[in-house]
Design a protein around this ligand. Structure first.
Ligand SMILES: Cc1cc2nc3c(=O)[nH]c(=O)nc-3n(C[C@H](O)[C@H](O)[C@H](O)COP(=O)(O)O)c2cc1C
Length: 506
């Protein structure tokens, strides 16, 4: 008997799906056979030549591993550049939620290189605790800069960062009373929006203050420094992640807005030179510092990654010849472990001194040359938790900058895609669909919380060590674990050199 009504339609649907299924199966078999044939006969990939078709799973799993490792497989203290414990600490500080742990630390406290602080038998009483005192930068500039906060936002350009990220940093910095460095991409309206103090960075391509042929345009620099928020100017000689190499801004990222701010043609690759065209030695660096300070009236210094400090000695000798006013007002030392929007792996991993070596080397050279007070030291390089920052202050830094700490505060999940325009949290992408995820009002709170909570906890370390404020920490307050599992005081690892004469101010 023929099926009728509902039963008839059911048969038709089942038969259609069965036919479709068989068709798809046949297609799949054909595709697999074609891929098998291509893999087997290609000559560039040995795995696919020996294991056609299934060999592709290796690449798929490698790709998926990038995403799943941090959730499923890595332990709390395993990943790099920042492990889960460090990231979680920043997230919690940024969200202003309870940052206490239970039972005990998962950090190996006996591991080589681990720093810890020595508590005083009689810690400073609560009423003795004071806020970090202001430090004066550029005492000989027409507009010296006084700044108290010892933890600030490191250089990251608009271009590497999205507009919402820059806006959230600007508002957050203003709330926390910290500065924000523009990075080498020029000054965007987004930097000014929140009202924070700004360090204007001049990169090797002089973006934002360049003539068409890449020289410094004094008028453009004057216009930027006319903003009251711009407090200092930093000449970027180099950056830890790519010492000796300029950056490439790919054509796709050179939007009309970014091109206008940087002063370059729209939609063309923009390559920064490896160094400033007009700064090829210490004398020319000093000339540039003097010129910019005279022109703008602002304190001027430079950012560099150290390969050694002989050239700093030469610079100090030149300061002695020219006069104490001629000195750079600050030096930002960036460790080779520093981050970047994009850099070759070889330079990231293999060139430049890490901060643990370059910071004491720089501080000691300035002490030896009697310029330690005159030239303020700012440092950066994976200082994202309270004890990293306390270590840097103990070693002799006046200020600590962080880039990636603040990216984590903005919601970065360390997906390592800053160079691909695909950042899933909207921080380092120019794709408006992805930028939508970053809500400025919420993230600016987190930026402010992170800075405030971190500085508060450095204060806790300082008070436990028996000093009144964090900048009083010194090399006697910190010990570092050696290869035998026993710790050595920083002051023994890096003894203070003897200053040449009493005049520490030069
Ligand atoms: C996304 C990104 C962009 C950066 N852009 C600049 C820049 O324009 N100029 C610069 O001097 N350094 C730049 N840096 C380096 C940082 O300012 C900083 O020196 C380095 O990352 C070390 O700090 P951190 O370990 O806290 O990230 C950038 C870093 C990142 C992660």
């Amino acid at each position: 008997m023929e099926p009728t009504g509902f039963a008839h339609w059911l048969v038709v649907v089942v038969e259609t799906f069965a036919a479709l299924f068989l068709l798809l199966l046949a297609l799949l078999v054909v595709v697999v056979m074609v891929v098998w044939f291509v893999d087997r006969n290609q000559t560039t990939n040995s795995v696919l030549r020996n294991y056609p078709v299934v060999g592709h799973f290796r690449y798929w799993f490698l790709h998926l591993g990038e995403f799943f490792r941090q959730y499923l497989y890595s332990s709390d203290r395993e990943e790099l550049p920042f492990n889960r414990a460090q990231r979680t600490w920043v997230y919690r500080a940024a969200k202003n939620v309870d940052n206490t742990n239970a039972f005990g630390s998962t950090r190996n406290l006996r591991g080589e290189g681990v720093p810890f602080f020595v508590n005083a038998p009689f810690p400073a009483l609560g009423e003795k605790h004071v806020e970090a005192r202001p430090v004066t930068l550029g005492p000989y500039a027409r507009e010296p800069y006084q700044h108290a906060a010892f933890f600030n936002i490191s250089a990251m350009s608009f271009g590497a960062l999205s507009a919402p990220a820059v806006r959230a940093l600007s508002h957050g910095a203003a709330k926390a009373g910290i500065w924000m460095d523009t990075g080498e991409g020029g000054l965007a309206p987004y930097h000014l929006e929140g009202g924070c103090d700004i360090i204007f960075e001049i990169g090797t391509a002089k973006y934002g203050v360049r003539t068409p042929d890449g020289k410094l345009d004094d008028d453009k620099l004057l216009a930027i420094c006319a903003h009251k928020q711009v407090k200092m100017v930093s000449i970027k000689l180099g950056q830890g992640a790519k010492p000796g190499m300029g950056g490439l801004l790919p054509a796709a990222k050179v939007t009309p807005e970014i091109a206008a701010i940087r002063g370059i043609p729209v939609g063309q690759d923009s390559q920064s030179p490896n160094r400033h065209l007009d700064i090829g030695n210490v004398h020319e660096l000093m000339d540039a510092i003097q010129h910019i300070r005279d022109l703008t009236g602002k304190p001027v210094g430079f950012k560099a990654v150290m390969g050694g400090v002989d050239w700093i000695a030469e610079l100090c000798d030149e300061v002695r010849k020219r006069g104490i006013e001629s000195a750079p007002d600050f030096i930002i030392v960036d460790g080779s472990e520093g981050g970047t929007g994009a850099a070759p792996q070889t330079l990231m991993e293999g060139v430049g001194l890490p901060l643990h070596e370059s910071l004491p080397a720089l501080v000691d050279m300035l002490i030896v040359k009697g310029l330690r007070e005159r030239i303020k030291v700012i440092c950066s390089g994976k200082c994202i938790t309270a004890y990293d920052v306390a270590w840097a202050l103990s070693m002799g830094a006046d200020f600590v900058n962080s880039a990636r700490g603040f990216m984590l505060a903005l919601g970065c999940i360390q997906s390592l895609q800053c160079n691909r325009n695909t950042c899933p949290t909207g921080i380092t992408t120019q794709n408006p669909k992805l930028q939508r995820g970053l809500v400025v009002t919420d993230k600016s709170e987190r930026v402010a919380n992170y800075a405030t909570n971190l500085m508060h906890e450095v204060g806790i370390i300082a008070h436990s060590c028996g000093v009144e404020e964090p900048r009083q920490l010194n090399r006697t307050h910190c010990r570092v674990v050696g290869d035998d599992g026993l710790s050595v005081p920083l002051v023994k690892l890096h003894p203070y050199p003897v200053a040449p004469h009493a005049s520490a101010h030069g």
